[in-house]
Design a protein around this ligand. Sequence first.
Ligand SMILES: NC(=O)c1ccc[n+]([C@@H]2O[C@H](COP(=O)([O-])OP(=O)(O)OC[C@H]3O[C@@H](n4cnc5c(N)ncnc54)[C@H](OP(=O)(O)O)[C@@H]3O)[C@@H](O)[C@H]2O)c1
Length: 88
Amino acid sequence: MNHTFDINSIPSQKGRTAIVTGANIGLGYETTLALAQKDVKVIMACRNIEKAEKAKAQILAQVPQAELEVMQVDLSKLQSVRDFAASF
Ligand SMILES: NC(=O)c1ccc[n+]([C@@H]2O[C@H](COP(=O)([O-])OP(=O)(O)OC[C@H]3O[C@@H](n4cnc5c(N)ncnc54)[C@H](OP(=O)(O)O)[C@@H]3O)[C@@H](O)[C@H]2O)c1
């Protein structure tokens, strides 16, 4: 039996929203890309808006219908986390 799991095994997740921290690079970026490919609306929660907007543009170039929203958060500052949660 084949137990291979990859992104192709995931059905559309339309109607769902995900918050991804560190979405501009590395694991966060790849997670955002995969969720966008599965029609999830992704809040890209990043500490640097400029880097986040660049990453958003890169993902939109690959997934033009992606629903992506950049929001600022610094996870090392609890007030910033509270402000993020309130505006979300
Ligand atoms: N166990 C394993 O095999 C394994 C493998 C890979 C990764 N990891 C771990 O998984 C984590 C993510 O890896 P990665 O490669 O994606 O890391 P990365 O490339 O260093 O990315 C980290 C992300 O977190 C953001 N970030 C850092 N400090 C922040 C803060 N105070 N507030 C908000 N965002 C902040 C960074 O933003 P900026 O771009 O603005 O800095 C960046 O977007 C790391 O902790 C890494 O050590 C583990």
